[in-house]
Design a protein around this ligand. Structure first.
Ligand code: EPZ
Length: 422
C-alpha cells in the first residue's frame, strides 16, 4: 500500500487546477443506466472511485469508454440492453455510492439486486431513506442476504418526504422519478451543487425537473430519456482543501477551475479566521494566508451550510490558529478519526461527543500517521505540510479515492512531498 512522505515547513505559492467533482461524477455515471443512448461525461476526476464505478457499470453490461475526451478526463457510457441489474457485494463494499444504481435500474428495467453498502469509518451510513422513498414510488424492496432485492413493474410518481436530508438519497429518487408515471415531488431534498449538476445532466437527457438546489424538487416522469454530453462541475471539496493548504502554510495560492459560489459557508469561515479569498477570474480565486490565524468555531450542516467533507481539513487548520475553537459535526456520528492522529503530531484536540475542542495553536511535529477515510487523509497531509520534520501517511488509498494526484499538485505549489509506492 502506497504511503506519502512530507517534509514540513514549505510555504505554498503558485496556482493549481481543481479537478472535476467526484461526488457529481458518480451519480452522473449511474444516470447512464436510464437510457440506451450514449452518455458522454467530461471533466471527470481521475480517481479510484470513478474507475470503480466504471468497472461496476462494465460488469453490468454497459459499454464504458474511459478516454480523454477533448477537454480533460472523460468517458462515454452506453447502457444498451442486456444489462445485468445486479451490483455485487464485492464491488459495493469497496464503494458505497454504488447504491446510486438502484434508482436508475428500477426506473428503466423494473428490477435491481444491490448489495447493502455497510458502514464505513465515518458512520453506519444506512440507506433506509433511499428504500423508503422508492417504496413510496411503488417499488417493492426487501433485504435478503445482505442485498436489496427490488422490483417495480412501473414506478408511479408520488410525494416523497425525506425524514432527514440525504444527498445520494435525493439523487437516487430524482433519477428513479425521471421515468416514473406522473409527477414526483421530493420534500426536504438535499441542495448540494452536485444534486443540481445531476439535475442539469438529467434535463439534457430530456428529463423534466425543477426546484433542484431548493429543498423541494418536482419531477415530471417521461417515457424515456436520451443520451447527452455533460461537463462535470469542479470539486468544491478539493478546492476547499487547497484553500486550507495555502493558508496553513502561510502562503498564497490561486485555484483554477474553481466555483467559489459552491463554497460560500466554507469561504465565510476561512475569511473570519483572517484568510483573504478573492475572485481572480470567472472560475478562479486567490487565497492568501494571514499573518495571524484566528480561531473560529464551526458547525457542519447540510448545504448551503459548512460542508462536513471540509470538517477534517478545517480541524487541521484550527490546530494552528490563535485561541480555542470548537468543531461540531452534525452529519456523521464518528467523523473525528483524524483527531487522534493530529494529537500524535502535537495538536491539542479533545473530543466531547460530536464536538472537538481544539485549544489553539500548537507547533506540530512530523510523525507516522494512519489515514482512516478520504477527508481524514487530507487533514493529515495538511498537518504534515506545517509540521516540523517528516510525516509519513499510511493507507493513502483512502486519499486516492477522491483526490486526483494530490501530491503532484501540492509539489507544484512548493510542498516537499512524495509518494512511496509499496
Ligand atoms: C454524500 O454521502 C457524499 N458522498 C459524502 O461525501 C458526504 O459526506 C455526504 O453526502 C454528506 O454531504 C457522495 O455524494 C458520493 P447522506 P451520502 O445520505 O449521500 C444519514 C466524501 O468524503 N442517512 O447525505 O451517503 C447518514 O447516515 C463523502 O466525498 C440515513 O440515516 O450522505 C448521514 O448521517 C463522504 N439514511 C446523513 O443522513 C439514509 O437512507 C447524511 O447522509 C441516508 C442517509
Amino acid at each position: 500500500m502506497d504511503k506519502i512522505l512530507i517534509q514540513g515547513g514549505a510555504v505554498l505559492r503558485g496556482r493549481v487546477t481543481v479537478s472535476g467533482a467526484k461526488n457529481a461524477a458518480l451519480p452522473a455515471m449511474a444516470a447512464s443506466l436510464l437510457t440506451d443512448e450514449p452518455l458522454r461525461l467530461r471533466n471527470l476526476p481521475s480517481v479510484r472511485d470513478i474507475q470503480t464505478t466504471g468497472r461496476l457499470l462494465h460488469e453490468m453490461g454497459c459499454r464504458v469508454g474511459l478516454q480523454n475526451l477533448q477537454t480533460g478526463h472523460g468517458c462515454e457510457l452506453v447502457a444498451a440492453s442486456p444489462i445485468s441489474c445486479v451490483a455485487p457485494y464485492e464491488r459495493v463494499k469497496t464503494m458505497r455510492s454504488s447504491v446510486l444504481v438502484l434508482g436508475p435500474l428500477l426506473a428503466r428495467f423494473g428490477r435491481a439486486r444491490v448489495s447493502l453498502p455497510g458502514g464505513c469509518a465515518i458512520g453506519a451510513r444506512p440507506i433506509d431513506l433511499h428504500i423508503k422513498g422508492l417504496k413510496k414510488l411503488g417499488a417493492s424492496l426487501t433485504i435478503e442476504h445482505g442485498y436489496v432485492e427490488a422490483e417495480a413493474p412501473r414506478l408511479i410518481g408520488e410525494k416523497v418526504v425525506f425524514d432527514r436530508i440525504t444527498v445520494t438519497g435525493t439523487e437516487n429518487l430524482m433519477m428513479a422519478a425521471c421515468l416514473a408515471k406522473g409527477e414526483t415531488v421530493l420534500h426536504n431534498a438535499a441542495r448540494e451543487p452536485e444534486v443540481t449538476d445531476l439535475a442539469n445532466l438529467l434535463r439534457s437527457m430530456g428529463a423534466r425537473i425543477e426546484g433542484d438546489g431548493s429543498s423541494t424538487i418536482r419531477i415530471q416522469g417521461r417515457p424515456e430519456l436520451g443520451g447527452a454530453d455533460h461537463t462535470i462541475i469542479p470539486d468544491r471539496i478539493e478546492a476547499g482543501t487547497f484553500m486550507v493548504a495555502g493558508a496553513i502554510t502561510g502562503g498564497a495560492v490561486e485555484l483554477l477551475n474553481c466555483r467559489p459560489e459552491h463554497l460560500t459557508a466554507v469561504i465565510e469561515k476561512l475569511e473570519e479566521s483572517g484568510i483573504a479569498i478573492e475572485r481572480s477570474g470567472p472560475d478562479a480565486c486567490r487565497v492568501t494566508a494571514p499573518r495571524r490565524l484566528q480561531a473560529r468555531d464551526v458547525t457542519t450542516m447540510e448545504y448551503p451550510g459548512f460542508a462536513t467533507d471540509m470538517q477534517a481539513q478545517y480541524m487541521a487548520l484550527m490546530t494552528q490558529a490563535h485561541g480555542p475553537s470548537i468543531v461540531t459535526e452534525t452529519i456523521f456520528e464518528s467523523r473525528f478519526m483524524h483527531a487522534s492522529e493530529l494529537v500524535r503530531m502535537g495538536a491539542d484536540v479533545r473530543i466531547e461527543g460530536n464536538r472537538a475542542v481544539i485549544s489553539g495553536r500548537r507547533d506540530l511535529t512530523g510523525a507516522k500517521v494512519l489515514a482512516s477515510d478520504l477527508r481524514a487523509s487530507a487533514s493529515l497531509i495538511l498537518a504534515g505540510l506545517v509540521a516540523s520534520g517528516e510525516t509519513l501517511v499510511h493507507r493513502v488509498y483512502h486519499l486516492d479515492r477522491g483526490y486526483e494526484a494530490i501530491e503532484k499538485k501540492l509539489k507544484s505549489l512548493g510542498a516537499r512531498i512524495q509518494r512511496i509506492a509499496d
